[in-house]
Write a protein that binds this ligand. Structure first.
Ligand SMILES: [Zn+2]
Length: 97
C-alpha cells in the first residue's frame, strides 16, 4: 500500500509499505476520504503540537471515513471512531492520484 509519512516539519514522503494485518479484535479499514484539520497543519508546519513533537515518522490525519475491508464487520462504513483500526494504513485523500 502507499502511505504518506511526515518525517520532519514540511517533509512529507510517499512510500510503499507492507499491507497492515489486523490483530485479534481489530478490523482493516480502507480509507475512502480524509480531511485536514488544524492539528494536521500544526504537525506539518511545526512537527508537532506544543510539547508533543515528532519522535519518528508518522502517518498524519485522524478525520477520516472508510469501509471495513476485513474482519467480522466487513462491509460496514465508519468514520472518526474507526481510527484504532487504521493505525498503520491511513492514506490521506490529498495524495497525488
Ligand atoms: Zn482534527
Amino acid at each position: 500500500m502507499l502511505a504518506v509519512r511526515l518525517h520532519a516539519p514540511r517533509d512529507l514522503r510517499l512510500s510503499e509499505e507492507p499491507d497492515p494485518v489486523p490483530r485479534a479484535g481489530e478490523s482493516l479499514v480502507r480509507i475512502d476520504a480524509m480531511g485536514i484539520c488544524g492539528s494536521d497543519l500544526h504537525w506539518f508546519l511545526e512537527g508537532g503540537i506544543g510539547p508533543i513533537q515528532l519522535a519518528r515518522p508518522i502517518v498524519p490525519g485522524h478525520e477520516l471515513g472508510g469501509t471495513i475491508a476485513a474482519g467480522p464487520r466487513r462491509g460496514e462504513r465508519g468514520g472518526h471512531r474507526a481510527r484504532a483500526a487504521v493505525r498503520a494504513m491511513s492514506i490521506p485523500a490529498w495524495r497525488a492520484g
